[in-house]
Design a protein around this ligand. Structure first.
Ligand code: GDP
Length: 458
């Protein structure tokens, strides 16, 4: 158990109705009592109760803030330690003042993610659950949120624990045979090992199969909207953005500030590329020779290729169609409200019937067809994991792949009648790799790295 008491502002900075400061540690209640004046001292109140009062400057007794204080004694708290949450008026100055007073009176400023880290170190959650907390905070769609919620509740941990349990049984079985080598047993043991490895491999495969969708749900389907000028790219962008209020994040610190824009289509998040470019110039085809646009195009998981149905295909468009034939493309034939000139045949031949959508963005026609086509790409051939256990974290995927290759080795070795104590090593490695997912025997530096991704106060 860690001793010192930490404090941080748990709500985002800026103006708001209220702001919350969180305090955790052995002294959480005592430190808060030094500042709080209410009906009773916090050290005497029952756990999990809320108290009205004031924060006073201890030396002068001056009232600084009117607050509601929640006291949650460990181990029934987020960190398993004593936790006090102080709700005060929103706005930068008042919260900052209260935090400063806490820091002057025995608390230390928490590092980013330190509350969650304590929850992990104190054994309330495992590592994959802690990582899910980051996903919860960052979730950009309902579905991503629900998946992160499931994982934070331990859905992935449970699967991994079951798998590891079976590997332990297998190792125990092998151990017995190493200790009591009898004739005849070898044959039996090898086929037993093979069966068990195969079963475990199947489970790992099933988890890995969710990885692709999981990644998309987490990060968005990277989507480029392209087409020559005036075909309706901006109109498409605006239509998508209207269907669902777009989330725009600015990522500073890159050579040029990149604007990421997210829209949701049937709960599937699309991360639209270079939307600023589309809005400003509308000339993506002209710029297509430019290296940057090429890059955007090659990064995209999905390309929405827009055409003007009222005009025949141009040579440059035929060129694009040819170039993109082996990519995930949805051809959007826009302006179907006007007399049609475009031959659909060519597009259907290149991309397939389901991937050619006729729309009138002006008259809001064809939107549900477009949604259907996008969902078709997302769920292509795969059913949705109905228990919402998706593996989406790159670290988890990497470890699952390592475990998979360990078990494949074990299987091959068993087939080749390699001595079983050698096979044991592979199985043990698989067991350890799986253990790292839930935080068994991971290094301190990895733990620090994971928790540093959190925001302050979480
Ligand atoms: P962009 O240059 O590809 O971004 O195209 P815009 O979205 O700016 O659209 C170019 C012009 O086509 C605008 O005047 C739009 O109003 C018009 N437009 C867009 N969609 C339609 C449509 O479905 N039907 C018709 N008739 N006009 C459209």
């Amino acid at each position: 158990m860690m001793q010192d008491t930490i404090a941080a502002i748990a709500t985002p900075s800026g103006e708001g109705g209220i702001a919350v400061i969180r305090v955790s540690g052995d002294e959480a209640v005592a430190v808060s009592d030094r500042l709080f004046s209410g009906k009773s001292r916090l050290e005497n109140v029952p756990t999990h109760t809320v108290h009205y009062g004031f924060i006073r400057e201890p030396r002068t007794g001056i009232r600084m803030e009117e607050v509601l204080v929640t006291v949650m004694r460990g181990p029934r708290s987020f960190t398993k330690e004593d936790v006090v949450e102080i709700s005060c008026h929103g706005g930068f100055v008042s919260v900052r003042k209260v935090l400063d007073l806490l820091l002057e009176n025995g608390a230390r400023l928490a590092e980013p993610g330190e509350f969650t880290k304590r929850a992990y170190l104190n054994g309330r959650i495992d590592l994959s659950q802690a990582e899910a907390v980051i996903d919860l905070i960052r979730a950009k769609s309902d579905r991503a949120f629900r998946i992160a919620m499931k994982q934070s509740e331990g859905s992935l941990s449970k699967r991994i624990a079951e798998l590891r349990h079976r590997l332990v049984e297998l190792m125990a079985h092998i151990e017995v045979n190493i200790d009591y080598p009898e004739h005849d047993v070898e044959e039996l043991t090898n086929s037993y090992i093979k069966d068990k490895c195969l079963a475990a491999l199947e489970d790992i495969e099933r988890l890995l199969a969710t990885a692709e969708q999981g990644k998309i749900l987490r990060e968005g389907l990277v989507t480029a909207i392209i087409g020559r000028p005036n075909v309706g790219k901006s109109s498409l962008l605006n239509t998508l953005a209207q269907e669902d209020r777009a989330i725009v994040t600015d990522i500073a610190g890159t050579t040029r500030d990149v604007v990421e824009e997210y829209v949701h289509v049937n709960g599937i998040p699309l991360k639209l590329l270079d939307t600023a470019g589309i809005r400003e110039t509308s000339d993506v085809v002209e710029k297509i020779g430019v290296e940057k646009s090429r890059q955007a195009l090659s990064d995209a998981d999905l390309i929405l290729l827009v055409f003007n149905g009222a005009e025949p295909l141009l040579a440059e468009e035929r060129e694009m169609v040819k170039e993109l034939a082996d990519r995930q493309v949805i051809a959007i034939v826009n302006k179907v409200d006007l007399p049609q000139q475009l031959e659909l045949e060519e597009l259907v031949k290149a991309f397939g019937e389901d991937r050619v959508v006729r729309m009138s963005l002006l008259e809001h026609e064809g939107i549900s067809e477009l949604e259907k086509a996008i969902a078709g790409i997302f769920f292509s051939g795969q059913v949705e994991a109905n228990d919402l256990t998706y593996v989406s974290n790159a670290r988890h995927i990497h470890l699952l792949k390592s475990a998979k290759s360990d078990l494949t080795e074990a299987y091959t070795a068993a087939e080749g009648f390699v001595p079983i104590d050698m096979i044991q090593i592979d199985i043990r490695n698989a067991w350890e790799h799986l253990g790292e997912i839930i935080g068994d025997a991971v290094s301190e530096s990895l733990i620090n790295q994971i928790f540093s991704q959190f925001c302050l106060g979480k």
